[in-house]
Design a protein around this ligand. Structure first.
Ligand code: ZN
Length: 464
């Protein structure tokens, strides 16, 4: 059964049954994420948090040697690459030796996806994860349950480090489709009972509905809230204007650049600190703010490089492309993968965690389009999940009208455009006028990066 058909059936069910289905799905996810070696990974990650800088560097070299050897022996891409470069021996003797391999761009993976999957991981063990980055190019990443367990062990251990119990009641405000976009009465949320998680739709956060969200958040009393900065900021603004405060222990933001105005408004509304996290579906980087506000990079999650546009390393403080090598995903080992984000290494933080820091992430400012009733819709990247396109760009020059440029992948067929339309409409509704244009290439910007949204109409009153 197609995903669209399943979605139609789900949408037709009463809320109580939708809650049940969301809970069952949550239970299944929890089982995958927290079984296997999850507990021991979490303990080990916690122990490593006390390591010295040298211990991390030694560990990284060991991991890099293992990952490069493994990728060469188990994937078509790296086997061919090492063969062409004459690297058919253990050539990693220091971390700098990684530079003997070229930097990998997203389109190289989308065009030859199967060449990156490890033969050693059987089809039964593989999971597909679709990236929802803001670069406008979808990427299907394959992982296995071990990678997911490690990933969640890192996240949950991070919550521990900032004093949050990951099993406590929480709210996630995100881009999951929980109800039809044109739905005009609450609840705009569903409850996953086993995860103690209230999932709120970020697509229904228009002025007329925010009061319902605030009332529900106050009633639910979450220990912490995970959200895109732009979503929780809208709620916080509404609360601050009415002098409403709902105290929480922490707000965890991710996936967009967190602006200064957003931080102070959100911290005020929820009377707690914000911890901003930077990770990616490619499972190549894990960085998050410590209690002192520094963005620490976990060196045991992957190796992070900051490179200029000629792929040369940049010194601390100079901004460049974020390029990562994953240590945790053996199903699809990505080595020197350019994530399309911009950052720089920051100063040492004296909080006790001896890892490199970043100055924060640029280039992920959430791009927003406006529907006919001026409802802001961000996070459009999930529209492309699983669809045969190389890249998409949304261009908006007037409210209520959107032009969509599509660079098709080779499997793009007659039905693809209607699938894209259905997926897009599930976020922007039926009233928006949309014009699709199939093009050979969408012009790229800096560092080959594609800007996913180009908008010439007014944005909310924010500055970075
Ligand atoms: Zn710190």
């Amino acid at each position: 059964m197609s995903a669209n058909r399943l979605e139609a059936i789900y949408n037709a069910l009463p809320v109580v049954l939708q809650n049940l289905l969301v809970s069952i799905k949550g239970f299944q996810l929890q089982k995958v994420r927290k079984s296997g070696n999850y507990s021991s990974y979490r303990r080990i990650i916690s122990e490593r948090s006390h390591w010295s800088q040298q211990q991390f560097l030694d560990y990284q070299l060991e991991q890099l040697q293992a990952v490069v050897g493994y990728a060469r022996d188990n994937t078509t891409h790296f086997y061919r690459l090492c063969d062409e470069l004459g690297l058919n021996y253990a050539f990693i003797n220091s971390l700098d030796d990684i530079r003997r391999l070229p930097v990998l761009r997203r389109h190289e993976i989308t065009q030859n996806h199967n060449d990156f999957i490890a033969h050693s991981v059987s089809e039964k063990q593989r999971y597909a994860v679709h990236t929802t980055g803001t670069t406008g190019s979808p990427l299907k990443v394959t992982c296995d349950s071990d990678a997911r367990q490690k990933n969640y062990a890192f996240f949950d251990q991070y919550l521990d480090s900032i004093g949050i119990d990951s099993d406590s009641r929480h709210i996630i405000i995100g881009g999951r489709i929980l109800m039809p976009p044109d739905s005009n009465k609450p609840p705009f949320w569903r409850y996953s009972v086993f995860q103690k998680s209230l999932l709120m739709s970020s697509y229904h956060l228009s002025d007329q509905y925010i009061a319902f969200y605030v009332e529900k958040i106050a009633d639910f009393k979450p220990t912490y809230i995970e959200s895109y900065p732009s979503s929780i900021y809208r709620i916080a603004q509404f609360m601050n204007e009415r002098d409403i405060c709902v105290p929480c222990k922490a707000i965890i933001t991710s996936a967009e650049t967190l602006l200064r105005e957003q931080r102070s408004a959100i911290e005020h509304a929820f009377s707690c600190p914000i911890f901003d996290q930077y990770g990616c579906a490619e499972m190549s980087v894990f960085s998050a703010q410590c209690k002192k506000g520094a963005y620490h990079v976990r060196p045991d999650y992957g190796l992070l490089e900051i490179l200029d546009d000629n792929d040369e390393p940049l010194p601390r403080g100079e901004k460049g492309n974020v390029v990562c090598t994953s240590f945790i995903n053996r199903a699809m080992p990505l080595i020197r993968y350019n994530l399309g984000d911009i950052s720089a290494f920051g100063p040492h933080c004296d909080c006790g965690l001896n890892t490199p820091t970043l100055i924060g992430i640029e280039g992920r400012k959430d791009d927003v389009i406006y529907t006919a009733d001026r409802k802001a819709v961000g996070r459009l990247s999930p529209v492309l999940k699983g669809l045969p396109v190389v890249a998409v760009q949304y261009i908006q020059n007037q409210v209520g009208f959107l032009q969509v440029l599509i660079e098709p992948a080779c499997e793009f067929g007659e039905k693809s455009l209607s699938d894209i339309d259905v997926s897009l409409r599930s976020r922007i509704g039926e009233k928006m006028q949309v014009e699709y244009k199939i093009v050979d290439t969408i012009p790229r910007g800096r560092g080959g990066k594609l800007k996913s949204v180009i908008s010439t109409i007014g944005k909310p009153n924010l500055s970075p």
